[in-house]
Design a protein around this ligand. Structure first.
Ligand code: SAM
Length: 376
């Protein structure tokens, strides 16, 4: 049964706080950084909601975004917000909640697809950050923002942060194994299978779902990885952070997926994700216990960071310092920060585990680095 959207916006769900913290943490350094491109900046929230939760008063994404844009506006940056909400009563609340900000805000009612032309036009002459936070996977088709993402091909700065409902997608897709298959094989022409292809951006999910050996959690991770891969056709760098309801829950609530062409943006977004992840781990397992009791995979240890760097170097071959850091980051998103990777790179150079045309005593983003085969 469809949830009443007004019910949804009474109290913020605990796990939504980590998602919102990432948006909040990222926008702080993102806006001054992207302002240096000297284009006006637009932040577009296609699934805006009312802006504020009615019972606990906490901020929804439009007010989080507006708070940061207001600061950028005060620094003299030309900014604009586009907030779109389909549900009339939520749209009215949204309009009232954002009416007093001192910069341009387009508050638009209706399905965001009906405003696709406006979004495309803004993407042509602004640096844009697009936030996509639907309630269910079916509300967002993979190609819905194609016209905006295509602006990357003509050199514009476009970034996207997507809440991909991987687990709900798995539940929906598994249901098709009985409804839309013949002899246990999905019928690719069935309209519900086609609808899932449109959400996922391809048919890669079908084999994952049909593999009876995978758990729900494995399926969600594999499908999110497929989604990330598809987004790479637009975005050079894509980060993926699984948000869980509790630390021991193997099946994530959803995946927060970020795409950008900028390696600076990757460092910033990854920091936001690491920050949220460590806060979550502390709140869930360490605080209130006499001894730290976080799961093994959540323990941050220097050996793991070094291994991540060396494994990535072997995989990608010779590269520059900054690209080794970014490639390691996207393979280990939300686990370790850019400065932890820099420390590990320094250590690897100084101990002869990584070849380099620099000493490794300080960070040199343009230095050449290369893997050294074990035993050589
Ligand atoms: C998960 S909520 C967004 C929450 C919001 N990001 C926040 O932090 O408060 C999704 C919202 O998108 C709206 N929505 C659903 N489909 C939409 C569409 N096609 N176009 C615009 N809004 C839509 C829903 O009414 C709902 O308010």
């Amino acid at each position: 049964m469809q949830q009443d959207p007004n019910d949804f916006f009474r109290r913020k769900k605990p796990w939504s706080e980590y998602k919102d913290a990432i948006l909040d943490y990222y926008l702080e350094p993102y806006l001054p950084k992207v302002a240096t491109l000297r284009l006006p900046i637009a932040v577009i929230d296609c699934f805006a909601g009312p802006g504020r939760f009615s019972e606990d008063g906490s901020l929804g994404s439009p007010l989080i975004i507006a708070k940061h844009l207001e600061k950028a506006h005060a620094r003299g940056t030309k900014v604009r917000a586009v907030f779109i909400e389909a549900e009339k009563s939520l749209f009215e609340r949204l309009r009232a909640n954002v009416k007093n900000f001192p910069f341009a805000i387009d508050v638009l009612e209706g399905d965001f697809r009906t405003h696709a032309d406006h979004i495309r036009q803004i993407s042509q002459d602004h640096s844009v950050f697009i936030y996509l936070d639907p309630m269910s996977p079916g509300q967002l088709k993979f190609d819905d923002l194609k016209a905006a993402y295509d602006q990357l091909l003509v050199g514009r700065s476009v970034e996207t942060l997507i809440n991909f409902h991987s687990s709900k997608f798995v539940r929906r897709a598994r249901g098709l194994l009985t409804r839309a298959s013949e002899g246990g094989v999905l019928n690719p022409a069935h309209h519900e299978v086609v609808a899932c292809d449109e959400i996922a951006g391809g048919s890669y999910w079908q084999d994952i779902i049909a593999d009876g050996k995978r758990t729900g959690g494995d399926c969600a991770e594999a499908i999110a990885a497929g989604y990330v891969d598809k987004l790479r056709s637009w975005f050079r760098w894509v980060l993926d952070y699984p948000i869980r309801q509790t630390i021991n829950m193997r099946v994530p609530k959803y995946h927060l997926i970020f795409g950008s062409r900028s390696h600076h943006a990757v460092d910033l977004m990854n920091r936001a994700m690491v920050n949220a992840r460590r806060k979550f781990v502390r709140a869930e397992s360490v605080e209130g216990f006499l001894f730290a009791n976080e799961p093994k995979e959540e323990v941050v240890d220097k050996g793991k960071i070094l291994t991540a760097v060396l494994d990535t170097a072997s995989l990608i071959g010779p590269t520059k310092w900054k690209f080794l850091r970014t490639e390691t980051t996207v393979r280990n998103a939300s686990r370790f920060t850019d400065s932890e990777f820099n420390q590990a790179i320094k250590k690897a150079i100084c101990s002869g585990k990584l070849g380099a045309d620099c000493s490794g005593t300080k960070i040199e983003n343009s230095a050449k680095l290369w893997p050294i085969a074990e035993g050589s």
